[in-house]
Design a protein around this ligand. Structure first.
Ligand code: TPP
Ligand code: SF4
Length: 270
């Protein structure tokens, strides 16, 4: 794994101890290795946020862009160089608040990107403000008495917007997460992986989790693998987050349609 890191130049990293982002970075790197991708053909793009610091530490082609815009930048890269493997690393605020419009339109467009969204239910980098995934009733620096807005389910959102591949993993299940990211990379079309992660510094402290370990146990106790659902009673599933592959479908891929249009126009077929 160390060969994939900019270990001599960029460490120590900025993440707090007990944060889930480092574990997610490990899973993403192992997924890339598992897919046997040539490092020079991988592009990692992010926005701004604690999650979005990831490209700084990895030795691929990397782009740390503006808050909320990584999918827009990634779309441009993929259109210019469709042969590259473009992976977006984003946070729940980055992807679903300021970048929400880019996210839903990338889903319906079905451009061959892999988006890994690290969902820690809060804005980490700017001090723990509520995000679109803060669960109802949970505390944030902008919701001191509990957030009364309903949260987005990012997997329902992206599946509803037409993403070809949608999956959810959790930091607690790092091996499963690695496999889901590898499946997303292999998928031709828009692939979205939500990572249920922990921010002990803000979300954890505000919401009275005693330690990062307790937050990991929360992930263990509140997620259910989608393969187990058939054997469970509705009351056992109440309030649980489903993990695993939640949607996997085939649609025409955008860069292929685009290249075909250009070829047809050049040949006078249109
Ligand atoms: C246009 C713009 N608006 C707001 C900010 C401030 N800002 C930086 S990171 C961030 C939120 C990060 O939250 P999230 O995307 O959930 O990532 P996390 O830090 O939790 O990993 C905000 C609001 C900014 N940099 N640019
Ligand atoms: S503030 Fe939260 S999300 Fe950011 S590095 Fe610290 S624990 Fe992780």
């Amino acid at each position: 794994m160390h060969e994939y890191l900019r270990q001599k130049k960029k460490f120590p990293h900025i993440w707090c101890s007990g944060c889930g982002i480092g574990t997610t970075m490990g899973a993403v790197i192992r997924a890339i290795a598992d897919c046997e991708l040539d490092r020079d053909r991988v592009v990692m793009v992010s926005g701004i946020g604690c999650s979005s610091r990831m490209p700084i530490y990895v030795d691929f082609n990397t782009l740390h862009t503006t808050h909320g815009r990584p999918i827009a930048f990634a779309t441009g890269i993929k259109l210019a160089r469709p042969e590259l493997e473009v992976i977006v690393i984003t946070g729940d605020g980055d992807a679903a608040a300021i970048g929400g419009n880019h996210l839903i339109h990338a889903c319906r467009r079905n451009i061959n990107l892999t988006v890994v969204c690290i969902n820690n239910s809060i804005y980490g980098m700017t001090g723990g403000q509520a995000s679109p995934t803060t669960p109802q009733g949970r505390v944030a620096s902008t919701a001191r008495y509990g957030d009364f807005e309903r949260a987005f389910d990012l997997c329902d959102l992206t599946a509803g917007a037409g993403a070809a591949f949608v999956a959810r993993g959790a930091v607690y299940y790092a091996r499963q997460l690695e496999k889901l990211v590898a499946q997303a990379i292999r998928k031709k079309g828009f692939a979205f992986v939500e990572v249920v992660s922990q921010c002990p510094t803000y979300y954890g402290r505000f919401n009275k989790f005693k330690s990062p370990v307790e937050m990991l146990y929360w992930q263990r106790d509140n997620t259910v693998n989608v393969k187990a659902v058939a054997k469970m009673k509705p009351e056992e599933l109440e309030g649980k987050l489903l993990t695993g592959v939640l949607a996997d479908r085939e649609y025409p891929e955008f860069t292929e349609l685009y290249d075909k249009l250009i070829a047809d126009l050049a040949a006078g077929r249109k």
